[in-house]
Write a protein that binds this ligand. Structure first.
Ligand SMILES: Nc1nc2c(ncn2[C@@H]2O[C@H](COP(=O)(O)OP(=O)(O)O)[C@@H](O)[C@H]2O)c(=O)[nH]1
Ligand SMILES: [Mg+2]
Length: 245
């Protein structure tokens, strides 16, 4: 803590999707490079961190902490989980390829997060249950990544083009990957999945650079997370400037 100037910068990504789609398994694979041996019910929110090399292989390469906030998908926590939503720099939407409903529900998840993002955490969520690209005109700046899990449970016939890709991914100009979170090869370094994920992390970092000054709160209800984040922003301003060139 003594030397903030050398502290590694960090970004916060929310990982959301219905309960049981495989968020915890996916986050574990992303952060540890191996399958989660026994997943348990996520209560509230669990945070895992991975180090990502921003713009790897270029002169502006720099390590960043990527915080993956795995928000429990249970309906019983619906009224409380918004405290985790602000601020956020990127969203990973997770659905289960064997469960079409979980894919359709991603619109609700996105709407839920976007309605909180940029608004005070005390604001009531309007009665909007679905994502509508027009309504969320400004959303496009928040990078989105879509992951379909349990690829091992669908037949090869369906993976070779028959699986309906997520239309939401198109609407958000988001990359989408399919994984089997029980198999570390799903995110093997150099694989197309890993490259897409890495590109997404770069986008999130770029987004964070452009928004650090625009999320100032006007309400007095400062939460721990907001306070912590504003401290972090102050620290960040003393750390290295990322060249965009
Ligand atoms: N076959 C298979 N099972 C998976 C995969 N991802 C998750 N699971 C299983 O699905 C169940 C729910 O996973 P979990 O990560 O706890 O889901 P969460 O509730 O979204 O966090 C667990 O039994 C996992 O082992 C996958 O890619 N393939
Ligand atoms: Mg979980």
């Amino acid at each position: 803590m003594a030397n903030h100037a050398n502290a590694m910068s960090k970004v916060k990504i929310l990982v959301v999707g219905d309960s049981g789609v495989g968020k915890s398994s996916l986050v574990h694979l992303m952060c540890h490079g191996e399958a989660l041996s026994n997943s348990s019910w996520t209560i509230g929110c669990s945070i895992e961190v991975r180090v990502h090399e921003y713009r790897e292989g270029t002169p502006s390469q720099k390590p960043y902490f990527i915080e993956l906030w795995d928000v429990g998908g249970s309906n019983s926590h619906k009224n409380a989980r918004h405290v985790f939503y602000n601020p956020v720099h990127g969203i990973i939407l997770v659905h289960d390829l064997t469960n079409r409903k979980s894919q359709l529900n991603l619109r609700r998840w996105l709407a839920e997060v976007l309605l909180r993002e940029g608004s005070g955490s005390k604001t009531r969520t309007p009665l909007v249950e679905d994502f509508d690209a027009e309504q969320f005109g400004g959303f496009s700046q928040l990078p989105v990544f879509v992951v379909g899990t349990k690829q091992d449970q669908i037949s090869e016939y369906r993976t070779s083009g028959r699986v309906r890709s997520c239309s939401l991914a198109d609407e958000c100009s988001a990359d989408e990957i399919y994984v089997n979170s029980h198999d570390q090869r799903s995110l093997a370094p150099g694989s197309s999945n890993a490259v897409k994920l890495s590109r997404f992390f770069d986008k999130v970092i770029e987004r964070q650079q452009t928004t650090t000054t625009t999320t100032a709160r006007t309400d007095t209800g400062y939460s721990y997370l907001e306070r912590e984040n504003s401290m972090y922003r102050r620290n960040k301003s003393t750390s290295a400037f990322i060249s965009m060139g």
